[in-house]
Design a protein around this ligand. Structure first.
Ligand code: ATP
Ligand code: MG
Length: 324
């Protein structure tokens, strides 16, 4: 359905945590894809449904199988499911692997953007100048930068927005910002970043915040359970997911019919058939591979599945974070 690319500038940690937290509460079927050129972290942090995640199954194996062009349906066999129900595409093992993969980012972005019935949250890590990932970012419905509400982070953010808006003309209206903020001054911090961006007339929208919550972030890095569901991080992620999905560019993507499906961050994952996410759905065979010579479709060309009852993000709306 939609491709949401999360990234940050220098010195603003929290992209992977934001991607996983959002994926964990996303009210529509979702795949979290690690596209960080510096390498992925999920295999070191999170258990899969069948034990440890397999580092050999993910972006690298997908790239190997897509040498002659990439079809969206080639992605599913390289995804894994976390214990807790979230589908992930694990990233590269190290930065060296990214060197020979510059050809992948455009077809991958295009494939993510037309995966039927599944949103993709791509963890794009830190963006420097001339990043090869710009080829993926160009295909995103929304490019979202994670920042902290401090002078230095916001200064870098301003520069990055200006550079990205020149590199990504298509996304100018869909550049977003997430503020990682202390729960005690949560709303004020978000408003302050918003004020700076508006005053500088930057083409980006502040979408909301994620709580700076070391306990919640720590809990998200292991087997999900305990009080994670009630953590400030997850509660703020729920509110943020709702805000994101209210953006017209994402809301307009139709959701397939059926009950709401989203991963669970509760301690005992319910049976998959009831509330667990569906495996990444495969589009019809026969579409030309993306990236194959002479056959690549132009633009994202989103395949919108048949309209069904909107699963209503408000159904999973949690309380906004409050000060402790
Ligand atoms: N919202 C948060 N509240 C508290 N701690 C956080 C939050 N987000 C991330 N952290 C912590 O900051 C550290 C880095 O987080 P994370 O891996 O998400 O950052 P990153 O931007 O993906 O970093 P990298 O560039 O290394 O991939 C981790 O220890 C994580 O637990
Ligand atoms: Mg990361």
């Amino acid at each position: 359905m939609a491709l949401i690319a999360l990234a940050a500038d220098k010195g603003a940690p929290g992209v992977t945590t934001a991607a996983v937290a959002l994926g964990a509460v996303w009210p529509r079927p979702v795949l979290v894809a690690e596209c960080d050129l510096a390498g992925g972290d999920l295999v070191h942090r999170l258990p899969g449904e069948q034990g440890l995640l397999d580092p050999g199954k993910g972006l690298l194996s997908l790239a190997t199988s897509a040498r002659r062009g990439l079809r969206p349906e080639q992605i599913a066999p390289h995804t894994q499911r976390l214990n807790g129900g979230l589908d992930v595409l694990v990233g590269l093992t190290n930065a060296e692997q990214a060197a020979g993969m510059t050809w992948l980012w455009n077809p991958l972005g295009r494939s993510f953007a037309i995966l039927p019935g599944v949103d993709v949250i791509a963890d794009c890590g830190r963006l420097g100048p001339h990043t090869a990932l710009v080829d993926l970012l160009r295909e995103a419905d929304m490019v979202v930068l994670v920042t902290h509400a401090s002078v230095d982070h916001v200064a870098h953010l301003r520069e990055r927005i200006a550079a990205l808006s020149a590199d990504l003309p298509k996304q100018r209206a869909h550049l977003g910002v997430i503020v990682i903020a202390d729960p005690r001054g949560f709303r004020d911090a978000i408003s302050e970043v918003e004020r700076i961006i508006v005053a500088a007339k930057l083409p980006a929208t502040v979408l909301g915040g994620l709580a700076f919550d070391p306990k919640g972030a720590h809990m998200l890095r292991g087997p999900w359970g305990g009080r994670l569901d009630k953590s400030l991080l997850i509660r703020s992620a729920r509110e943020l997911a709702v805000n994101l999905l209210r953006r017209p560019v994402l809301e307009s993507r139709n959701v397939p019919a059926g009950p709401p499906r989203h991963p669970t961050v509760t301690s005992a994952p319910p049976p998959r058939a009831q509330t667990g996410p569906q495996p990444v759905q495969r589009p019809a065979q026969g579409a030309p591979p993306i990236g194959s010579r002479g056959q690549a479709p132009q633009g994202s060309g989103h395949a919108v599945p048949p309209s069904g009852p909107h699963t209503g993000p408000q159904q999973v709306l949690g309380e906004p974070p409050r000060g402790r």
